[in-house]
Unconditional design. Structure first.
Length: 258
């Protein structure tokens, strides 16, 4: 359920998008959003939600620039960029279009880079890089993963103890993954209270839980790491750091897309 705080934050982002497209002559450019799945990323394990068909990437193209956003409620769209800014944000499908478009806009005006999801084995490499990053920055801390990303969970659980993983997918909850029992995302507050660092998937900005999670981290003095392409544009505007070392500038799309 989206609350008033979330809607306020989304409204700020919409205002910034309008400002940027007006300043850069993109108001009437066409934003074309398509839906990508397993055949695009070809990740190395069927444990990834994208490979299971539980999540999708909305890919927005503006001119030859692409921005992407994860969602479990994908939607096609073709219209002016200003039309995206006018979408209602209380709908998850609309938010996926908005954040994919925001990423494409900021990429087009050179405010951010690498707004295309990594592919194949890079997802596993990313996990190893994340584990190293946490170890170097924070030491051997207690970690929570908000959202099950197999590569991240595998790499961190081999080094840190304890590692907690929460997820919203009913097929994962209660299962042992990477040696760790997956906990219902409804327990996020309890889990965040127990740890030093929370790794939060950027797709939470689409599903409507991000700002609540950041509030909990602040309340309990927990450091957080946001990761993934979904949140890159919003993070640039809001001043958040994003861990996403292997994402790309260019995209190789399956035949028939665009």
């Amino acid at each position: 359920m989206i609350n008033q705080q979330d809607l306020h934050m989304y409204a700020q982002l919409k205002e910034k998008l309008v400002e940027l497209i007006n300043l850069n002559g993109l108001r009437d450019k066409i934003a074309e959003c398509n839906v990508l799945g397993a055949d695009f990323v070809k990740l190395p394990s069927n444990e990834y939600a994208l490979m299971k068909g539980k999540e999708f990437l909305v890919d927005c193209r503006i001119n030859h620039y692409h921005g992407q956003a994860f969602t479990d409620s994908p939607r096609l769209f073709r219209g002016r960029v200003i039309d995206v800014a006018n979408l209602t944000m209380d709908d998850k499908g609309n938010r996926s279009i908005f954040f994919a478009t925001l990423n494409a806009v900021l990429r087009a005006i050179n405010k951010i880079e690498r707004t295309v999801h990594c592919r194949r084995m890079d997802a596993e490499k990313c996990g190893n890089m994340l584990a190293k990053h946490i170890l170097e920055k924070f030491g051997r801390v207690k970690i929570a993963h908000i959202g099950f990303q197999p590569g991240h969970a595998k790499a961190t659980s081999a080094i840190f103890n304890p590692v907690y993983i929460t997820d919203l997918d009913s097929e994962n909850i209660g299962k042992i993954k990477c040696g760790v029992k997956i906990i219902n995302g409804a327990m996020n507050e309890e889990i965040i209270r127990r740890v030093d660092v929370a790794c939060i998937t950027g797709s939470t900005i689409v599903n409507g839980t991000l700002f609540r999670l950041l509030e909990l981290c602040q309340r309990y003095g927990v450091k957080y790491i946001l990761y993934g392409v979904t949140i890159k544009g919003a993070a640039k505007i809001l001043g958040y750091d994003v861990f996403c070392p292997l994402s790309c500038n260019e995209t190789v799309l399956p035949s028939g897309v665009y």
